[in-house]
Design a protein around this ligand. Structure first.
Ligand code: EPZ
Length: 428
């Protein structure tokens, strides 16, 4: 298993181009199941998760061609026919978003058999809201031996669905099925994340009729068939936010390009409160910090446009060196503080109690071996390594590879000293 070694103490100066959003790309790839024509996705991130989903889609009947086109990395996904309607436990367990193939499979083919994903490192993460939404669309759902059997031989029908809590995945899943349902579907208390709007834009380019994405009420008028389209994946606001925090932590001046400041406003405001310089540009943002110590600020994670849970670990890392005490409340997932114990190994002073973490700033961190527990936690540890004295080694970096494209290259281009150590012990 690979690990990453970071030699701390260098400031970051330079430019970091932001990739297409992982959490959008994987849902857009799933949308290709809805049409027999090719779907071309540009600004595609090349990640472990997109590769992995590609394997599942190929198993279901999708032909995938990857290339570097004039608009950057692109993938063309073409599902002439659904070859299999079966997603095994092994396929779904490794990446939860694979579960979202259920809706499109049953919408296009009348049936699907998809494994329940099970829990994961950040919480129980049930899929009850997904199943209720798909059922409301007229699909018969049976659960046996860890599998969901979905049937709708006469097709799906539009419904009024009010979500009891905001769920990104359930909103997207309902959209991915309702586009081919007969009649109108109304999704209430829908998630407003930018990735939802991106999915709606792509589906509309494929001939769907989705209105209101990005607001809490989405209306979908079902159509009989979707066609091929070309769509550019939205910028990865979490990747951009992560590098913004890295620059704030290490000091220096970093320009993040190919991204949008408006998509990470909740983070930028908190960075400014902490004493970080933020300049919003048309195509990105500049993050600047001189040597002055940061101030502790509090955050509560919340659905968009609130502070993203996917940036919580990174922000907690930043607060380990701030002056004073920062209170961090995680309101989305019940177990998303695993990084606190690893940060403590580097000298951080953090007390976790239920969904609240209190971070008392220390004057320095010391390099040590630490272990990644999930994608965002692991990048938080890399950020800590950028300022820790000596060397920090983060093991189990396969988590990192799920969602950060060329992380070492991007940081090293700005002066960081990050290197990958392959499982065979060879440095790169
Ligand atoms: C998406 O997960 C993202 N994943 C997550 O990013 C992100 O943290 C999360 O949204 C919140 O922004 C992808 O897009 C692939 P939810 P998702 O459904 O859709 C509960 C990363 O690091 N819930 O909005 O699974 C759930 O347990 C990942 O890139 C139910 O109770 O999140 C959670 O407490 C991690 N029943 C809350 O809702 C359900 O059926 C919000 O989860 C579904 C969700």
């Amino acid at each position: 298993m690979d690990s990453i070694a970071i030699t701390g103490g260098t400031r970051l100066n330079g430019e970091i181009p932001i990739s297409g959003a992982k959490n959008s790309a994987i849902k857009l790839m799933v949308a290709s199941l809805l049409t027999e024509e090719p779907l071309r996705l540009t600004n595609m991130p090349r990640l472990r998760d997109t590769r992995f989903l590609g394997q599942l889609l190929q198993h279901l009947g999708t032909n995938i061609t990857e290339s570097d086109g004039p608009d950057g990395p692109e993938s063309v996904l073409h599902t002439r026919t659904i070859r299999s309607h079966f997603a095994t436990y092994d396929l779904v367990r490794q990446m939860r978003a694979s579960f979202n193939v259920l809706g499109p499979l049953v919408a296009r083919n009348g049936q699907a058999k998809v494994s329940l994903p099970g829990g994961c490192a950040i919480g129980g993460r049930p899929v009850d809201l997904h199943l209720k939404a798909i059922e409301a669309l007229g699909v018969t759902i049976d659960l046996h031996e860890g599998y969901v059997y979905a049937q709708a031989p006469r097709g799906l029908k539009g419904a009024d669905i009010e979500f009891p809590i905001v769920s990104v995945g359930a909103t997207e899943h309902a959209m991915l099925a309702a586009v081919l349902a007969k009649g109108v579907t109304r999704l209430g208390n829908a998630a407003c994340e930018p990735e939802i709007e991106d999915l709606a834009d792509c589906l509309n380019a494929m001939g769907a009729q989705v209105e209101g994405a990005g607001t809490p009420v989405i209306t979908i008028t079902g159509v009989k068939k979707l066609h091929g389209a070309s769509h550019a994946v939205i910028t990865d606001r979490i990747e951009a936010g992560t590098y913004a925090v890295a620059a704030a932590m290490a000091g220096g001046e970093v320009r993040l390009t190919n991204t949008r400041a408006d998509l990470m406003e909740a983070l930028l405001v908190k960075l400014e409160e902490a004493g970080v310089g933020v300049t919003r540009l048309n195509d990105g943002v500049v993050i600047k910090r001189n040597g002055a110590r940061l101030k502790a600020v509090n955050i509560d994670t919340a659905p968009y446009p609130g502070f993203a849970t996917d940036l919580q670990a990174q922000f907690m890392t930043l607060m380990t060196l701030a002056e004073g005490e920062s209170v961090i409340r995680e309101t989305i997932f019940e177990n998303r503080f695993m990084h606190a114990a690893e940060l403590a190994r580097l000298g951080a002073d953090i007390t976790v109690s239920g969904s609240e973490a209190r971070v008392r700033g220390v004057d320095h961190l010391e390099g040590a071996p630490v272990m990644a527990t999930d994608l965002r936690a692991s990048v938080g540890l890399v950020i800590a390594g950028l300022v820790a004295t000596g060397e920090t080694t983060v093991s189990r970096v396969y988590h990192l590879d799920r969602g950060f494209e060329r992380l070492e290259d991007k940081l090293n281009a700005c002066g960081a000293e990050v290197r990958r150590i392959h499982g065979d012990g060879i440095d790169e």
